[in-house]
Design a protein around this ligand. Structure first.
Ligand code: KET
Length: 404
């Protein structure tokens, strides 16, 4: 039965499609046979499929045989999962772990970790303000705005050189009020693929300490840059410095567990007592948001991380994914050159992680989608991780043709 009584619902407007997930939907609906999805950050194999990692497959079989009931998890998630997260982030012999000064909760992916972290900070800061890099993953801005933050930006990527505007970034950080939250990508910056060097990270850590800033590190691609340990360099420098800071981490990409929503929020505190108090507050927030996290994905990760054989298999799976993305960067650059690209795209080979900031124009991006079925995010970000030997030449040819 419908009603004609007017309602506040009458004036609800249509929200815009998400620039990344909306594009993914449009790709799925595209009836063309020859199409390439370079939009969403999802790794695909040579056959264009999202892989089921062999370590995950093996663990799921073991889990199915065991047949555990589907009970509630604790609010903070599976304890072995949380401790596994800490070992990956800080290294197994870290003082942070020995001193028990980190509070970790299992979250709904990296996005959930960012949201719980933002809610937590909002509850303790007077006038919460966060600065994000220019550019950044678009959802960073939305998450912090929805959590009630004022969101500003700091200089990061210089379009002219394709490098970090490091001096400008540092000058900006130097000028900030104490307790400003600085959101940073710990590795494999999304969307640019350009990360600070280790020396630059050392300097960033120093400025954060001197200016009493609150570092918030997002690590969604650990293992896709160089390796699991090197990619955690920034996090480990912050940990060694003694400063309080926050980490949002995710296993969506490095375990290929996108839909299982496996992430973690970790707050590094002064000491064990502070960590306990922080954990209690975050648990209250989680309880009021979604009560407790889902079981399946975190059980897989906890099992793999706590079994040396499965861990070794995971490292192999991850190495394979990373090496293939690097190969695709090389093949794309070669193919663009071979097919007579007017623009020099060799910078793609030097970028880290799943993405490349391609510097294609909005018109070129539109033509790629309309005329060639090649889907690129509006910012010009290309997901190199969805290229393969069968679509790389087609993609390069299309990119060359839209330059005409
Ligand atoms: N941080 C960054 C930097 C990031 O790129 C993503 C996902 C996440 C967090 C969230 O991860 P998850 O564990 O799925 O909640 N990025 C890809 C997918 C998306 O937009 O949701 C992307 O940029 O395509």
């Amino acid at each position: 039965m419908s009603t004609s009584v007017s309602s506040v619902f009458d004036s609800i407007k249509m929200a815009p499609d998400d620039p990344i997930l909306g594009l993914n939907e449009a790709f799925k609906e595209d009836p063309r046979k020859e199409k390439v999805n370079l939009g969403i950050g999802v790794y695909c194999t040579e056959d264009g499929k999202v892989p089921l990692l062999s370590c995950v497959e093996k663990t799921e079989k073991q889990m199915a045989e065991k047949g555990d009931p589907h009970t509630y998890l604790p609010i903070s998630g599976i304890p072995d999962y949380d401790s596994g997260v800490q070992k990956l982030l800080f290294g197994p012999d870290s003082e942070v772990i020995k001193d028990k000064r980190a509070a970790t909760v299992q979250t709904l992916g990296g996005t959930g970790a960012l949201k719980e972290g933002a809610d937590f900070l909002h509850s303790i800061l007077d006038d919460p303000e966060v600065l994000v890099s220019t550019p950044t993953w678009g959802n960073h801005i939305a998450i912090f705005e929805h959590a009630g933050f004022k969101v500003g930006t700091y200089p990061y990527y210089d379009k002219a050189t394709g490098k970090i505007e490091f001096d400008k970034m540092i000058d900006c950080l130097q000028s900030l009020e104490p307790k400003t939250v600085i959101l940073m990508h710990a590795c494999c910056h999304n969307p640019t693929g350009v990360d600070p060097t280790q020396e630059q990270w050392d300097e960033i850590v120093q400025v954060c300490i001197e200016k009493d800033l609150i570092p918030f590190l997002d690590i969604a691609y650990q293992g896709f840059g160089k390796d699991l340990d090197s990619d955690a360099y920034a996090i480990r420098q912050f940990a060694d410095s003694g400063i309080r800071f926050i980490v949002a981490s995710s296993f969506s990409k490095n375990f290929s567990l996108y839909g299982e929503r496996v992430g973690a929020l970790t707050v590094v505190c002064k000491d064990e007592d502070e960590a306990k108090r922080v954990l209690s507050q975050i648990k209250s927030l989680v309880r009021a948001n979604y009560s407790n996290p889902p079981t399946h994905g975190a059980k897989i990760v906890a099992t793999v991380l706590n079994d040396p054989e499965l861990t070794e298999q995971w490292h192999k799976d991850l190495d394979e994914m990373r090496d293939r993305v690097k190969l695709m960067r090389k093949l794309l650059v070669e193919s663009l050159k071979k097919q007579g690209s007017k623009k020099d795209f060799s910078f793609i080979e030097n970028q880290n992680g799943m993405f490349s900031f391609s510097q294609l124009t909005p018109e070129q991006i539109e033509r790629l989608r309309k005329d060639y079925g090649v889907y690129v995010v509006k910012s010009s970000r290309i997901c190199v991780a969805s290229l393969n030997k069968n679509n790389v030449d087609y993609t390069a040819k299309a990119i060359c043709e839209v330059q005409e």
